[in-house]
Design a binder for this molecule. Structure first.
Ligand SMILES: Cc1cc2nc3c(=O)[nH]c(=O)nc-3n(C[C@H](O)[C@H](O)[C@H](O)COP(=O)(O)O)c2cc1C
Length: 178
C-alpha cells in the first residue's frame, strides 16, 4: 500500500492530547496542506485562523457553545478541542456557494498531513451554532476572518495522549456500482 493510502487508512480522531506545542515546522506543514487543497474555480478563498490552545477566545467559544445548549448541565470532561495545543479554524466567503465544500477538503488535507507527521487531530463541527450565533461578528473579528466570511469548520491538532482505532465501515451499505 502506498504512503497516502496508508495514512488515509490509519487516520482516526484523537480526543486526548499532551500539552506539548507543535513545532513551527509542523505547523507550517499543516497550513501548507490546507493551502494546497483544491478549491472550486481555484478561488483559494478559505481562510485559516491558527489559534493557540491557550488563547482565551477558545474559552469564550466554549462558553457560548455551552450556553447554546442551555447551560446547567454538568461540565463536560473536555473542552470542545480536547485541550489540544492548537486549533485551526477555517472560514469561507459566505457569498460563495462552494466554500463549505472547499473548507471540508482543506480540513481533511490538514487531518491527513497531521496523521502523516504522527500528530493526533480531530475535525470540529460542534461549535458551529456558537460561531454563527449572536457573537458571530465578535468571533469573526477576534479570529481575523476576512470581511464577509463565516465559520466553516475547525480542526484540533497535537500529540496523541489517547489512541483510537479508525472507524469501521460497510461498503455494501454505502456503495452502489452501476
Ligand atoms: C464535519 C465533521 C465534524 C465533526 N465534529 C466533531 C466534533 O465537533 N467533535 C468531535 O469530537 N468529533 C467531531 N468529528 C469527528 C467525527 O466524530 C469522526 O470523524 C467520526 O466519528 C469517525 O471517527 P474517526 O475520525 O476516528 O474515523 C467531526 C467530523 C467531521 C467530518
Amino acid at each position: 500500500m502506498n504512503e497516502i493510502l496508508k495514512v488515509i487508512k490509519e487516520r482516526s480522531s484523537t480526543r486526548g492530547y499532551t500539552a506539548e506545542k507543535l513545532t513551527e515546522a509542523e505547523l507550517g506543514a499543516l497550513i501548507d496542506a490546507g493551502l494546497q487543497a483544491p478549491t472550486a474555480a481555484n478561488r483559494q478563498e478559505i481562510h485559516f485562523s491558527v489559534v493557540d490552545g491557550e488563547n482565551p477566545i477558545l474559552e469564550e467559544i466554549q462558553q457560548e457553545m455551552l450556553a447554546g445548549r442551555g447551560g446547567g448541565a454538568a461540565a463536560p470532561a473536555h473542552n470542545f478541542y480536547y485541550e489540544a495545543p492548537v486549533v485551526i479554524i477555517l472560514s469561507g466567503n459566505a457569498a460563495f456557494s462552494w466554500s463549505a465544500v472547499d473548507a471540508g477538503i482543506a480540513v481533511e488535507n490538514i487531518a491527513l498531513a497531521a496523521e502523516s507527521l504522527g500528530l493526533g487531530n480531530v475535525i470540529l463541527g460542534c461549535i458551529k451554532d456558537a460561531m454563527v450565533g449572536a457573537k458571530k461578528e465578535h468571533f469573526a473579528k477576534a479570529l481575523g476572518f476576512p470581511e464577509g466570511y463565516e465559520y466553516e469548520v475547525a480542526i484540533a491538532v497535537g500529540r496523541k495522549a489517547t489512541t483510537k482505532e479508525p472507524h469501521e465501515y460497510d461498503a455494501a451499505k454505502n456503495v452502489t456500482r452501476v
